[in-house]
Design a protein around this ligand. Sequence first.
Ligand code: PMP
Length: 399
Amino acid sequence: MKLEKTFAMNSRALDVIAHGALTNSKRPQSFVFGAYPTHLVRGMGCHVWDVDGNKYVDFICSLGAILLGYRENKVNEAVRRQLEDGSIFSLGSSLEVRFCERMRELFPYLEKVRVLKSGSEACSAAIRIARSFTKRKVILSEGYHGHHDLFVSMTPPADGVFDEFKIQKFTGEVYPWAAAVIVEPIITDYSQERLNQLKKLREDCTRLDVLLIFDEVITAFRFPGLSVAKWSGIYPDISIMGKALGGGLPLYVVGGRREVMESQYFISSTFAGDTTAMAAGLAVIDLLNSDYSIDQIWQNAGRFQIEFNAVCQYVVQMEGYPTRGIIQGSDLNKALFFQESVRAGLLFGPSYFWMAKHQEETHRVLNILRPICTRIRNNEVKLEGEMPQKPFAQKQREN
Ligand code: PMP
C-alpha cells in the first residue's frame, strides 16, 4: 500500500490549515500516523478512496454522519433535484416548513423545532433556550457537546476561554437552582442500568423543575424508533438531533416542548434554511421508511458487533450499542489493530460506526480480521507508525 501522496498532502495541510485539520477527531494524530492515509477523495457505499487511490471499507462513517452509505442514490437525487430549484432563498422556504412538519410527525415530542448547521451550534442553542425559559444560569453537563466556549470551558486548559459560564459536570445529582441537565443519553452503555439512571434523571428533573436536554447528535437515527427517547420511552424537554439525519449533509434540529421552545431568545443563522441538506434529510427519512429499516440495520449491526468481538478477543473489543462503538484495548493493541487493519483495507478509528452498506462486506471483513488478530496475539506485529492520541471529544466523555 503506497501512501506517498498522503504524506505530501498532509505536509500541505500542515502548512496552510491551523493545527493541520478542520475536525479534531480526523487529525492524523488520532490514528497511527505513518501507516494511515490522512486525506480521502471519494466515497461510495461503504467504501472510501484515499489520495493515493487505496480503497478501504470505512468503519468511521464520517464520525457518524453516514448511516445508509456514501452517495446513497436517492439522497443524491434529492439534493440534485433541489439544486435545480436553488439551495437558499431570500425568504423562508416551503421545504423548511415541510421538513419541520416531517420531523414532528416522526418525533411528536418535538412540538416545535429549529434547524441549524452544526451540533455545537444546536447544543449551545439548546442551553440558551433552557436558560431563557428557566431564567437560571447553571447547566449540568455530561458527555461531549461541541466546540462552543461553554463546553470547552469544562475541559482544562480551555485555552482562549475566559468567562465564567456556570457549567458543571453532572455527577448524578440534580440541583434545583440549575436551568438544565444536558446529557448524551447513551454514549456506549445501553444497559437496563443506564436506562434506570435516565429514568431517575427524568424524574428528578421533573420534580425539581429543571429542564432535561438529550444531545442525540450521535444517537438520532441510530436507535430503533430513530431516537433514544422513542426507544426508551424517556422523553427530554429539549432534544438535539443530528449527524445521520442529513445523509452526509450538515443538518441538525433542536426541538422540544412548545412552551420551552417558544420562550424569548435570539437564535438565527443565514444558512439554517439551506434547502439541500433538508432535501437530503427528507430523503433519509423516506428511505428509512422504504428501502431500509432501522430495525434491520440495528439487527445486522448487532450481529456484526458480536462476531467482531469474537474474532478480536484478547486484542481489542468494541464497546457500545450495535450501530456505534468505541474500540477498547491496551493502547498498544489498539495501535497494532489499527495499523494492520488499515493496511488490509479496513479503515477503523477510536470511534466506530456502522452503516447499512457494511452488511455486504461483513464476511470478507471478518476473514481479514481473523489472521490479523492472531498475529497480534502471537506478538508477531511491530508498530511502525506513531501511537494514536485521544481526540478531544473522547477526553471530554471520559472527563
Ligand atoms: N454533541 C455530540 C454528542 C457530538 O458527538 C458532537 C460531534 N461529535 C457534537 C455535539 C458537536 O457536533 P458538531 O461537530 O457538528 O459541531
